[in-house]
Design a protein around this ligand. Structure first.
Ligand SMILES: CC(C)(COP(=O)(O)OP(=O)(O)OC[C@H]1O[C@@H](n2cnc3c(N)ncnc32)[C@H](O)[C@@H]1OP(=O)(O)O)[C@@H](O)C(=O)NCCC(=O)NCCS
Length: 246
């Protein structure tokens, strides 16, 4: 699959993940979440990669960019199958997933679960994450599954932590009053918010909090970037009018 669209930079491909990418994948996960590369973690991550690639190869995607004669991983999306419905009480990430080796993957599970997605900060906002989502959602249809779901981490919460609880921030992101760098991007890709999961994953930046996001094959297609921009402009205009009349 080629990650390019007319308005995107045609510089990467979405391919099945291979175990040999593990060190790069580990670095991408660390960098995307704001941590430096970690040699020990790279070694451990190779074990995880071997586990998930052997359990569910179709569900693992890497975004590759050819750089200085070698393919460099710039993004990754990890998924598993589960029979647990998104309508059931949400569980913390570790209970659903186990670990990055996906020991809880259910080969005949009716739902695709978003375990992780990350794009190296140097390559963000170029359509890599969107291409990874397209690959994931296409897999739902290829496998004839009920749909896709996950907890979308509220990675911008820390900027508002002095004045809002994680739940209050989540509510504002869901209703569009605030933009979150991760969850708003996910909502713009057509993933529908269906609840708030407190204590989903221990990530201070996100107040440990996530939004339950669901996508079904019969859902409306993801909004176009132009449509998103139009809505953002309309929202900014409305806010400006409110300030002027206040
Ligand atoms: C969330 C994440 C995966 C998104 O990846 P990404 O590659 O930046 O995603 P995209 O580039 O496809 O889209 C991001 C935005 O850039 C815009 N964009 C894409 N290509 C663009 C381009 N060429 N020029 C300008 N903007 C562009 C997209 O339209 C989108 O904005 P929108 O939501 O307002 O439509 C990435 O930010 C990340 O790794 N974050 C940290 C880890 C994380 O939060 N993981 C998820 C845990 S649940």
């Amino acid at each position: 699959m080629n990650g390019s669209e007319p308005s995107e930079i045609p510089e990467f491909d979405i391919v099945p993940e291979q175990v040999d990418y593990a060190a790069d994948v580990s670095d991408v996960l660390h960098a995307a979440n704001g941590y430096p590369p970690h040699a020990g973690r790279r070694v451990r991550h190779r074990e995880f990669a071997a586990g998930r690639v052997s359990r569910f190869p179709e569900g693992q995607f890497a975004a590759l960019r050819r750089q200085r004669g070698r393919d460099r991983v710039v993004g990754v999306a990890i998924t598993m199958r589960t029979d647990r419905s998104p309508m059931a009480d949400p569980l913390p990430w570790h209970e659903v997933v186990g670990d990055y080796g996906l020991p809880h993957h259910e080969p005949t599970g009716r739902w695709l679960y978003g375990v992780e997605i990350a794009v190296h900060p140097s390559y963000q906002r170029r359509g890599v994450g969107s291409a990874l989502y397209r690959a994931r959602l296409a897999l739902v249809e290829e496998l004839g599954l009920e749909g896709w779901y996950a907890g979308g981490m509220l990675m911008g919460y820390y900027r508002h932590a002095h004045r809002l609880s994680p739940r209050a921030y989540a509510e504002r992101v869901i209703d569009g009053t605030l933009d979150d760098p991760t969850v708003t991007m996910q909502m713009h890709r057509g993933l529908r918010p269906a609840g708030i999961i407190e204590d989903y994953y221990p990530e201070k930046k996100a107040g440990n909090c996530a939004v339950l996001l669901i996508w079904r094959p019969d859902a409306a297609p993801a909004r176009s970037r132009a449509g998103v921009r139009r809505r953002q402009t309309a929202r900014a205009d409305a806010a400006r009018r409110m300030r002027e009349t206040a």
